[in-house]
Design a protein around this ligand. Structure first.
Ligand SMILES: C[S@@+](CC[C@H](N)C(=O)[O-])C[C@H]1O[C@@H](n2cnc3c(N)ncnc32)[C@H](O)[C@@H]1O
Length: 260
């Protein structure tokens, strides 16, 4: 007997964090190295838009940084703040839309990895986000933005799955492409979580859209938004020693954007 869980995939931060929270070390080390390398004087005050459960926030706080997060999901923000408090840090995450936010004090850097930016389905939202970020980050600061591009050559990845286990709890996620419309610039995915305990099997299914970007479309977006220049590119290996210039086959890219 399988129970169906109501809600969307970000309504269950505990399950999200179990699956994706374990994958933090490479990103964490990369971010610290990138802040040092690309910002004069390094970074102290950092912002993560679409922070979710804050799997990276509390770890960067442990590294001595002041890190703030914002996210649309109330459950994720609560989870993030509770964990910050448990580790003795201030509750710096807030519920907000990454297309419409403002902070009085500027940040040295921002980061937004694993495609969250592509949740912004419309052009105007993407522009609004980049402009909010350019208000939030100091000139000379950086925004580390990780997305999958639509490659000009070769088939893109259409399915991904992950599994994680803690004690008797096991969570398997599967993300499958259902539909792609490059004229309207979206991909529609089905996400399924299977959650097992020794006595129960629950399933959560959700459908969502990602906006598509080729490298040219992303560059055009930056040009229109203004105040950002690409200063380096890497891939999801997060190896700071190995820049990855974008070519026709590039899919996963971590842009280092400098606030000009
Ligand atoms: C893939 S999760 C990434 C979470 C976190 N950045 C991480 O690396 O684990 C995407 C997050 O984007 C958030 N999100 C989607 N649209 C948003 C928006 N317009 N403003 C703020 N957060 C948004 C979701 O609620 C979700 O927590």
């Amino acid at each position: 007997m399988v129970d169906k869980l109501p809600g969307n995939l970000y309504d269950y931060p505990g399950y999200y964090d179990l699956v994706y929270g374990s994958d933090w070390k490479a990103e964490h080390d990369f971010l610290i190295g990138a802040f040092d390398r690309f910002i004069n004087g390094g970074a102290q005050r950092i912002l993560e838009p679409a922070c979710g459960t804050g799997r990276l926030i509390y770890r960067l706080m442990k590294h001595g940084m002041e890190v703030h997060g914002l996210d649309l999901s109330e459950n994720a923000v609560e989870y993030c703040n509770n964990r910050l408090e448990r580790h003795g840090f201030p509750q710096t995450a807030v519920v907000a839309d990454m297309c419409d936010f403002h902070y009085d004090d500027a940040f040295d850097a921002g980061f937004n990895t694993i495609n969250s930016f592509r949740h912004l389905e419309y052009h105007d939202q993407a522009i609004a986000h980049l402009r909010c970020m350019s208000q939030a980050i100091k000139p000379g600061g950086i925004y580390v933005l990780g997305i999958h591009l639509y490659p000009a050559v070769g088939p893109p990845i259409e399915e991904e799955s992950w599994f994680a286990q803690r004690g008797h709890l096991g969570v398997q996620t599967n993300m499958t492409l259902m539909h792609r419309n490059l004229d309207e610039r979206y991909e529609q995915y089905k996400m399924r979580y299977d959650i097992w305990t020794p006595t129960n099997h629950q399933v959560l299914e959700d459908v969502f859209r990602f906006r598509t970007y080729t490298s040219i479309e992303f560059q055009q977006l930056l040009d229109e938004a203004g105040q950002w220049e690409i200063i380096d590119t890497f891939d999801f290996q997060y190896n700071l020693k190995q820049s990855m210039p974008i070519d026709d086959q590039t899919e996963d890219v971590v842009y280092i954007l400098r606030r000009v």
